[in-house]
Design a protein. Structure first.
Length: 428
């Protein structure tokens, strides 16, 4: 396992490219199951969860080539041909490492009429059941049994049937799962209270490029007319808005001035508003975003997470770290997951003053954090520890950075290219 050794207090400068979105590439890789031939994805970030999804697709008997090498470098591409799928299964040893494996359920039912997917256990940030996915797929005629911790699913003999579905609460992968199931179902499916996250829209656009009939994209009501088959195509993954937000937070905490190349700004509208309120200077220029901040001069701002277009829960840990050295007190409320404050205990080791009351954190800004050893617990928490270490006085160590590598495309390298002093060492 690796750990990062971070020298704090170094301002950032320069420019860095925003990678493709992990949470769009994951459903898009699952969507390859629906096609009658290869789906080529470009702008695919190089990170652990996508390698895991590639292994899962291969386990099913498909062909998955990720990051093909060309002249000594890797292309950010995934070529996925699932037409030879023989084994519609997502075993426990894969699903336990990545809950997003559940995204193969809808496509397998739609294309092969059956699936065996290990029921995802909880994870660090919460129980995270998939009851809403199963309830919606049942409405389309799917039947489920539980055997040895696996969901054994089957579609009606002549395929899934379109249905009018309303999600009791917003679910991102639930919306994606049902949307992918419905593109080959018989008749029309309506998904009400659908998630509006940009990654859902990106998945929908890729399905349309493959021949699906989907209307209401970007709204909370999707209408899908089933078709007989989906054709091979090539699709460019959208930029990762959470990576962009994380890079913004890094400049806000360490201070300095940097340009994010290729950030899709309207995906970040609410986040950018909060950064501006906190005293971060932002300037958008033909698709790039220049950010400038002075360490220690941020103002406290309150944030409540919510489904898109609200403040994303995946930016909560990073923003809380920012508020730990802001002037004043900020109230941060996490409405999506029940246990997404694990970064707080670690930030306290650097001197952060945070009081937790249920799903609310009261953050009282301190003058300066001081470096200390920390342990990462989940993907976005590990990012927030790194940001805090970059602004702290002295040296910090962060162990278990495999959490970071699951969801970011070489984030430490990107930050070092902006002048950060982060060393990655083997931590046996
Ligand atoms: C997606 O997870 C993202 N993952 C998460 O990003 C993100 O935090 C989350 O959406 C919220 O935006 C991917 O897209 C791969 P949900 P997902 O279903 O779909 C409850 C990251 O850091 N729920 O929208 O699993 C659930 O427990 C990851 O990149 C049910 O109760 O999230 C949660 O409290 C972390 N039953 C809430 O709804 C269900 O059937 C929202 O979950 C489904 C969800």
């Amino acid at each position: 396992m690796d750990k990062l050794i971070v020298e704090g207090g170094v301002p950032l400068s320069g420019a860095v490219k925003v990678s493709g979105a992990k949470n769009a590439a994951l459903p898009l890789m699952a969507a390859s199951i629906l096609a009658d031939g290869p789906l080529t994805l470009t702008n695919v970030p190089r990170l652990g969860d996508l390698r895991t999804m590639g292994r899962l697709l291969k386990h099913m008997g498909g062909m998955a080539t990720l990051y093909p090498e060309e002249g000594g470098s890797f292309r950010e591409e995934a070529i996925l041909d699932m037409s030879g799928l023989t084994n519609p299964e997502a075993p426990h040893e894969v699903v336990k490492t990545m809950r997003a494996s559940a995204l193969v359920l809808g496509p397998l039912l739609a294309r092969h009429g059956r699936a065996r997917v290990s029921l995802p256990g909880g994870c660090a940030i919460g129980v995270r059941p998939i009851d809403l996915h199963l309830k919606a797929l049942s409405a389309m005629g799917a039947e489920f049994d539980l055997a040895g911790g696996d969901i054994v699913a089957k579609a009606p003999r002549d395929g899934l049937v379109g249905a009018d579905i309303r999600f009791d609460s917003v679910t991102v992968t639930g919306t994606e799962n049902v949307m992918m199931a419905s593109v080959l179902a018989k008749g029309k499916t309506v998904i009400r209270n659908a998630a509006r996250e940009p990654e859902v829209a990106d998945t929908a656009r890729a399905l349309v490029a493959m021949g699906a009939k989907i209307s209401g994209i970007e709204s909370d009501e999707l209408e899908i007319e089933g078709v007989d088959s989906l054709k091979p195509t090539s699709y460019e993954v959208m930029p990762d808005r959470i990576e962009a937000g994380t890079l913004l937070s890094a400049v806000a905490m360490a201070g300095g001035r940097a340009t994010l190349i290729g950030a899709r700004l309207n995906d970040l509208a609410v986040v950018l508003g909060k950064f501006t309120e906190a005293g971060v200077f932002l300037r958008a220029q033909n698709g790039d975003l220049t950010v400038e901040a002075h360490r220690g001069l941020l103002s406290a701002v309150n944030v409540t997470t919510g489904p898109y277009p609200g403040f994303p829960t995946d930016m909560q840990a990073q923003f809380l770290a920012m508020m730990s050295t802001a002037k004043g007190a900020s109230i941060i409320t996490e409405t999506i997951f029940e246990n997404r404050f694990m970064h707080v205990a670690e930030l306290r080791r650097l001197g952060a003053n945070v009081t937790l009351e249920g799903r609310t954190a009261v953050v009282k800004g301190v003058e300066r954090l001081s470096g200390a050893p920390m342990t990462a617990s989940d993907l976005r928490a590990s990012a927030s520890l790194l940001l805090a270490a970059m602004s702290a006085k002295g040296v910090s160590e962060i162990s278990r950075v495999y959490h970071l590598d699951r969801g970011y495309d070489r984030l430490d390298d990107k930050l070092n290219s902006l002048g950060a002093k982060i060393k990655r060492v083997r931590d046996n």
